[in-house]
Structure formats: C-alpha cells, structure tokens
Design a protein around this ligand. Structure first.
Ligand code: SF4
Ligand code: SF4
Length: 162
C-alpha cells in the first residue's frame, strides 16, 4: 500500500468523526483542555503511515505525534479526534467504542465515565472509524493490539477498583 492509500484511509476515518466530540458540550471547559497540555515527553499515537505536520517521536514500535499544546485542529491526529475512546475489537470481531483507560491519568471524564452521558453519535462514529481502519491489515493489527491493552486495563480496574 502506498502513502496515497493511507492518506485516503485516514481522510475517510477523520471525515467519519467530523466535528463530533465526546460530549455535546466542550469537555475542554471541564479540565482546561488537559489532553492538549503536551510536552516533548508526551504525544499522541499515530496510526500506521498516518501523516502529521507535528514532530514525530518513536515509542517502541509505535510513532507518536508530539505537540506543544497547539495544532491546526483540522490536521490533528486521529487519536486526538477519538480520545478518550478507542474502537476496540472483541473476540468475535465486533468493533465498539470503549473508554480508552490508558488515558485515565489525563482525562477526568474517564474516572467519571459511569456518570457521564457521552454523545452516542460520537461513540457510533468512533466505532465506524474502527471499521474503516480495520479493512487495512496494518491498522487492524494496531487496533487489535491496543484493544488487548485496554482490555488489560479494564481487568486491572475490576481487580483493584478505580
Ligand atoms: S482531557 Fe478529557 S475532558 Fe479534558 S479535553 Fe481532553 S477529552 Fe475532554
Ligand atoms: S495535537 Fe492538537 S488536539 Fe492533539 S493533543 Fe496536541 S493540541 Fe491537542
């Protein structure tokens, strides 16, 4: 697959999210935009071959986009658009938007997720992103890996509580 293929894939995924956000209101007002207070040591995961105008940083076999808290919103990474959810694939191959518990240290909504009415359209769109990306082998592999990681976090939470 060439870069043009991936650019089209991510353009389609980003279009699926559009302007939808986790809440109908601006959740950044709740936390002062905590997930956008990045520095050179943190970053947002890039999907395989996802392009960005931001600085890139390696994290094991993954690549992060590093921002200083500002970006062109229209060009932000897909991970920023779907946060704090992730399109998880279960053992039956079904894809649903699940809270991305890896983000708990950052996002206060994750700790209070049982009490929050998230925008169901946004959740459906996150799942749609998963279905779009899962048609690509490399992206599906990453989604499967991260789904397992999130599942591990869920199990830990059940064991040790919030
Ligand atoms: S940290 Fe969570 S609540 Fe705050 S802006 Fe990001 S997604 Fe919204
Ligand atoms: S790239 Fe943009 S949306 Fe993503 S964390 Fe940085 S400032 Fe926020």
């Amino acid at each position: 697959m060439n870069q043009e293929y991936y650019n089209r894939l991510y353009a389609k995924a980003k279009k699926a999210i559009g302007d939808h956000t986790p809440l109908k209101a601006d959740c950044g007002q709740l936390c002062g935009g905590a997930c956008c207070k990045g520095d050179e040591n943190t970053g947002m995961l890039l999907f395989p071959f996802e392009e960005t105008t931001l600085e890139r940083k390696s994290a094991g076999d993954r690549t992060l986009a590093v921002c200083n808290g500002y970006c062109n919103r229209d060009e932000r990474p897909l991970s920023c658009m779907i946060f704090p959810f992730f399109p998880c694939i279960d053992e039956n191959g079904e894809i649903t938007a699940r809270p991305d518990l890896r983000g708990m240290p950052v996002c206060p909504m994750l700790s209070h997720r049982e009490e929050i009415s998230f925008d169901t359209v946004f959740l459906r769109r996150v799942a749609r992103v998963g279905r779009i990306l899962s048609r690509d082998k490399e992206s599906r592999q990453m989604i499967e890996e991260i789904s397992r990681e999130i599942s591990d976090y869920e199990k830990m939470q059940k064991l040790f509580g919030k």
